[in-house]
Design a protein. Structure first.
Length: 287
């Protein structure tokens, strides 16, 4: 799998676009990805932090040649300094530490640490927000892979997509039609609302309020949700009991579906009709 930071070494230069897919790089270069190309024209390379920390000193990153066949003109000793310099040039516009007022609207493969007053929107794609970063907005169709450390995010909205909120990160609002896959670790979220969708809340994550038509697909472990209202729907995992289900407060027309206990808890004024297995909704209403 291609990883940070991938490039194609050519005889006369290092080709290093924003993305990390070697296959896409070869397509952009118009080079056939075959034995002849690998033995004569190109070398797949990756320069990566040995400890996995993208904010570490690039001079300490390790070089990996991602192919067995190598052209006669390539040697790691000769090309590593060139690759290091190419990564440093790339990092100036992709790895941000301690910057105030950072705004990202386009581009991919960004890493953010200890920055303040950050705004992420448009079609920007961010790999990691960490350290003590402070983010005002993640919106538009922006995509964020990971929010961790002690990062603070005020607002995730629009049609933004976030893969993971973990560590001790704090998020004030998740709303609009935003989608979040995982909220875990000891993350804290103040409000999940609008038509936001969250796939999983676990670990010791804490959520103050779920409202609107927000939906949570799975909740389990020692995660805590204080209150659910609106027409929001929360479902527990069918495999792991949610330990703190008993403290959830349901208001308005919110629903909690306990997939372990096989019980649905419904607040509000909806009429509940039990549908026996094998019967249609029409048959149940007729009874």
């Amino acid at each position: 799998m291609c990883k940070l930071k991938s490039a194609i070494a050519l005889k006369d230069r290092i080709f290093m676009p924003d993305y990390d897919s070697h296959s896409d790089m070869l397509k952009e270069l118009g080079i056939e990805d075959d034995f002849i190309g690998a033995s004569k024209k190109f070398v797949r390379v990756e320069l990566s932090p040995a400890d996995g920390d993208p904010f570490s000193d690039i001079d300490t990153w390790a070089l990996k040649v991602d192919q067995d066949i190598r052209p006669d003109w390539f040697s790691e000793e000769e090309y590593k300094p060139k690759i290091v310099e190419a990564v440093k040039a790339w990092a100036k516009n992709h790895i941000f530490v301690g910057i105030d007022g950072l705004k990202l609207n386009t581009g991919t493969n960004y890493y953010i640490k200890d920055c303040k007053n950050v705004e992420i929107g448009g079609s920007a794609q961010v790999e990691n927000i960490g350290g003590s970063a402070q983010v005002e907005n993640i919106c538009g169709s922006a995509q964020v892979e990971n929010i961790g450390g002690s990062a603070q995010v005020k607002y995730i909205g629009g049609s933004a997509q976030v893969e993971n909120i973990g560590g001790s990160a704090q998020v004030e609002y998740i709303c609009g039609s935003a989608q979040v896959k995982y909220i875990c670790g000891s993350a804290q979220v103040e409000n999940i609302g609008g038509s936001a969708q969250v796939k999983y809340i676990g670990g010791s994550a804490q959520v103050e309020y779920i409202c609107g038509s927000a939906q949570v697909e799975y909740i389990c472990g020692s995660a805590q949700v204080k209150k659910a209202s609106g027409v929001s729907v929360i479902c527990s995992s069918q495999y792991t009991k949610w330990k703190n289900a008993g403290s959830l407060i349901l208001c308005e027309n919110a629903t909690f579906k306990d997939n372990v206990g096989k019980v649905i808890y419904q607040s509000g004024d909806y009429k509940l009709i039990h549908v026996e297995s094998g019967k249609s909704i029409g048959e149940a209403n007729a009874e």
